[in-house]
Each structure stands twice: as structure tokens, then as C-alpha cells.
Design a binder for this molecule. Structure first.
Ligand code: RIB
Length: 333
């Protein structure tokens, strides 16, 4: 049962990644070299990004993960602490380096942006179950647990099982794609793949016609995941918005139109972090998806993952600007 709280307690067990972002007008072909047009670094990692988004919308967030004993590790912890996240359980590996993300950002002549990311996971992959034993006692203090697939799978399984034993809802963002057992799926309260991850898991590809998606395909994907035991499914559909389904509900909420698209990196994470926070605040599924769409649109409008994640007031400003009356005052900023 999800609690109703102004500031829910959210636990993220996940990754820290320092993104090294190269901008180019055209991705190179295999074996080709192209000249880029920009370079910058930003703190990222799916776990830390989702944690920061939740904190910036008003959740009390605890982050558990690992960085290397290096400057990137320090910067990534600082980035979380600056957003108010409790990082006392973040570990520092003396041997493995902090993870880096090779982010290639293509901005073509029409201004369309796309990215490709290779993560070298470094210290994220050295987390052990022994180091997380404390969760067996402490996980019950949280309203929601968020996990992704950038840390060892046995750690994800341990956290999911621990949460289930204590009746704490888990939201899994299965990214990057990885095989998933039915026993794990049946323990998930929420699962939020993007359409490509959903196709990898279910074998069903969602067809698009411009910004419209084929509803039957979306339903088929959601039903396939519900059949495997997931209780609620949320699928991000890029420019088509997001779909939600469970035993009783099914809807698709279109994305927010006419916003600037500068860099899509972190948009999925901001959506997931926002949705988890909003439902933990007691906001219904449909409103949560609609508000999370605003959060995602704001994230895309700026460069870099964590620097682009919006705060409550930024989200409220955009909702007000669009005169989306039903969503006004979802939370006082
Ligand atoms: O989802 C975006 C994130 O994926 C980036 O910040 C990168 O670090 C990778 O983990």
C-alpha cells in the first residue's frame, strides 16, 4: 500500500556515472572519424539521476551506491548532497574507478537531438550483498524503493526480495536492458521500461505513426508484463508520451508539445523519479504521469543529465504557462 505523504521517504539503490558528453552534427559510421562541436562533463547515472529528481520534487531521498576514490566520485556525491539527498550510505571503493558514461549527442541540421551512451560501470559493479545487509532492517523505513540495472543483478534481486518481505513497494526501471526472471517480475509494484526495453522483455514492438502509437501494441506490451506478475506498468514512448496500465486502468498521456529539445539524456530518469515521487505523495496514476511528462520535457530542454533535472518551482511554472488547470497546485512550491 502506497502511503500519502507530502515528503515521502524514497530509497534509491543504484548507479553513479560521470557523463563525458561529446556533441556532434552527425554520429560517425563504423570505422569513421568525425569532428565534434562540443564537449562537457555532467554527473549522471540512472540511479543518481532518479534520486535527484525525486529530491527536487520534495521527497526525502536516501541514495545507496558506490563511487571510486577519485574526483568524479566526489563530484557525483556532491551533486546528490546539493539536492538534499542523504548520501551517508554511499560507499567509496579504494580500487575501482568511478563509472564514466561516454555520451554522444547528435544535433542534426534540423535541430533534432539523439544520443548514444556507453557506460563503463567501474565501482557500481563492486557493490556486494554483505555491504547492503543493513537494508534487511532499514528498508521498512521507506515508502518506495527505486532500482535500475546499472549495478550487479544479484544486488537488485536482494533489494527487491528485501523490500517485498517488508511490504515496501518497488519501482524497477529495467535499463539498460537485461533478462528478468518471473520471480523478480512478480515482486514489482511498478515497472517502467521504455518501449525498446519493453520490446526486449516481451518480444512486442510498438508501432508508431509520427507522434501517435498503435494502442493495440501498447496494450499487448502492458498485458504481457502484467501476465508475468508486475502490478503496474508504465512505458515511456518518447515523443508519443507515456502509457500506464494495471488490472483496472489503461491510458496514454501525450508528451508536452512545443518545448525546446536540447539533450534527451536523463529524460527517462526524470520521468521515473518524478512518477515514483508523485504516486508516493498519494497523487493518482494519471495525474502523476501527466506531471511527470512536464518534468521530462523540462529535462530535455537543457544540457546534461543532473544539471537539467527540474525543481518543483520549474515544473509549476511550466504547468502554469500551459494553463493546465487540473494540475495546478499539485504541490505548493
Ligand atoms: O539515463 C541516462 C543516464 O544513463 C546517463 O546519465 C548515463 O550516465 C547513463 O547511466
Amino acid at each position: 500500500m502506497i502511503g500519502i505523504k507530502d515528503s515521502p521517504e524514497i530509497l534509491v539503490v543504484g548507479s553513479f556515472v560521470k557523463d563525458l558528453i561529446v556533441s556532434t552534427n552527425r554520429f560517425p559510421k563504423v570505422g569513421e572519424t568525425v569532428l565534434g562541436c562540443g564537449f562537457q562533463t555532467a554527473s549522471g547515472g540512472k540511479g543518481a539521476n532518479q534520486a535527484i529528481q525525486a529530491a527536487r520534487l520534495g521527497a526525502h531521498v536516501t541514495m545507496v551506491g558506490k563511487v571510486g576514490d577519485d574526483i568524479y566520485g566526489k563530484e557525483m556525491i556532491d551533486s546528490c548532497v546539493e539536492s538534499g539527498i542523504d548520501c551517508r550510505k554511499v560507499m567509496i571503493d579504494q580500487d575501482a574507478p568511478s563509472a564514466i558514461g561516454n555520451v554522444q549527442l547528435q544535433v542534426d541540421k534540423e535541430g533534432k537531438t539523439q544520443n548514444r551512451i556507453i557506460v563503463v560501470p567501474g565501482a557500481n559493479m563492486t557493490i556486494t550483498k554483505k555491504e547492503l545487509r543493513f537494508l534487511e532492517k532499514e528498508i521498512k523505513n521507506y515508502d518506495m524503493v527505486l532500482i535500475q540495472f546499472e549495478i550487479p543483478m544479484e544486488i537488485n534481486e536482494f533489494v527487491i526480495e528485501c523490500a517485498e518481505r517488508n511490504g515496501v513497494p518497488v519501482m524497477l526501471n529495467p535499463a539498460p536492458s537485461a533478462p528478468l526472471s518471473d520471480s523478480i517480475m512478480s515482486k514489482l509494484t511498478y515497472m517502467s521500461p521504455n518501449e525498446h526495453e519493453a520490446a526486449d522483455i516481451t518480444g512486442v514492438t510498438i508501432r508508431h505513426d509520427g507522434a501517435n502509437v498503435n494502442k493495440d501494441d501498447v496494450k499487448a506490451v502492458i498485458n504481457a508484463l502484467l501476465d508475468r506478475g508486475v502490478k503496474n506498468v508504465l512505458i515511456t514512448l518518447g515523443t508519443a508520451g507515456a502509457a500506464f496500465g494495471n488490472e483496472n486502468e489503461f491510458f496514454i498521456c501525450p508528451s508536452i508539445q512545443n518545448t525546446k529539445a536540447v539533450d534527451p539524456t536523463g529524460a527517462g530518469d526524470s520521468f521515473v523519479g518524478a512518477f515514483a515521487t508523485l504516486v508516493s505523495m498519494g497523487i493518482d496514476h494519471e495525474k502523476s504521469v501527466r506531471i511527470a511528462n512536464y518534468v521530462g520535457a523540462l529535462t530535455v530542454s537543457k544540457m546534461g543529465a543532473q544539471p537539467s533535472l527540474p525543481w518543483v518551482e520549474n515544473v509549476n511554472d511550466l504547468i502554469r504557462e500551459r494553463n493546465d488547470i487540473e494540475l495546478l497546485n499539485w504541490r505548493k512550491s
